[in-house]
Design a protein around this ligand. Sequence first.
Ligand code: GAP
Length: 489
Amino acid sequence: MSKQTDDFFKNIISHAKEYGFVFPSSEIYDGLSAVYDYGQLGSELKNNLKTYWWKSMVQLNENIVGIDAAIFMHPTTWKASGHVDGFNDPMIDNKDSKKRYRADQLIEDKIDRYEKDGKTDKAAQLQKDLDDALNADDLARLKTIIEDHNIVCPISGTKNWTDVRQFNLMFATQMGAMADGAEQVYLRPETAQGIFVNFLNVQKTGRMKIPFGIAQIGKAFRNEVIARQFIMRMREFEQMEMQFFVRPGSELDWYKQWKETRLKWHLALGADPNKYRFHDHVKLAHYANAAVDIEYQFPFGFKEVEGIHSRTDFDLKQHQEFSGKKLQYFDPEINQSYIPYVIETSIGLDRLFLTVLANSLVQEDLSTEERQDSRVVLKFHPAIAPVKAAVLPLTKKDGLPEKAREIMAKLKLDYNIQYDEKDSIGKRYRRQDAIGTPFCITVDHQSLEDNTVTIRHRDSMEQERVNAEDLERIIADRVSLSGLLKQLI
Ligand code: GAP
């Protein structure tokens, strides 16, 4: 990361904390690694992002319904899905610092360093060696690579490494009061399995006909060996997943369609299209016949935000085998029963949140010949902004606060609105810019005479005088989700 992008990333993190978007978890106890809390504005933003996703999936598509499955699931679920045996990361410990690392990430960091130093051939060769070792699950080879390239522990600076071992990422806990009789259960590492085990429940009770989808938003947990880059890689995070059940043989057409649909969904939020790209998986998981990531250009490079996977009939087949229950669909159009194939769209809500922050945070120089000036603005799409408008009486007297509160009382029935009468109007505008509020409504003495107010637009900073009666319409035009959703149809 260059110094400039490094600084920008640090700005995002400090801005998120300073304005109540994201706090380190249990910070008064010095925090908990890779766990974060969303503050008063962060939770509003997150809820708006969830609503945007939910409505675009469930409301816009007649053949997609949503569920809310429990985090705990029968432990056999995770045997069937392959997570008990195969959901691992290769880890290595440094014996001097006692620090644990992901072996592949240590090597990736070395590749980055070679690239930065202009050693592109060496970087390419190392990338190939890494891919080969990972594809072959060759842990000894990973260790040899680390030794051959003189990769040292960033803390101790030594090469005193243990062997590379597999580390299962699932968190386990006990269910039941008695230690002896308690059953080991897992905190789900993905929400998808809650959809698969409910496939027949939903299909039957909802009289769903293939093709149809089941969507879900919920927490997932992974004991990431090394967690870094703020809310990019967390141990507790939230996923928004949709499994689309299709007739076998039609899955690659649907895969193509969902790929385009999902990219359009991201771009509708107003980001620069050049910051997004598809990254096709070269090595496919054993159950997939196509897979792609939608990547966003974060300050630390292009990284996955969403995965679209053609998962064949793997999951339903496994659950059918392990549960002994038939998980088939009778297709009246072809008079056949089969296990449907599945296209999955899986997006991390926290990573999406980070893309939105990175896309929106702007430092603007407003200096004139007379004076130096600048502002920090979060240029959120108005439909996802945590606060839609601020109502600001010009002064604290002469009946202006009362008039402002009257306006606020009407608007707050539909929108999250802030009231602020402290400090100069300029300072108040800056505070609202910094949290991304699209409109500031200022109530002045003229408002008492003719019921007009000024409305200031966040991005252009232009102000216009409007009738207070028109405020609801003006705000609704810009902040309603339907404007955003229309772009997807
Ligand atoms: N059901 C498929 C699945 O879980 P994944 O690629 O492992 O696939 C899907 O995860 C998405 O979940 C990722 O694209 C990412 O946005 C998010 N995600 C995964 N691990 C995460 C973590 N540790 N912290 C935050 N988000 C994560």
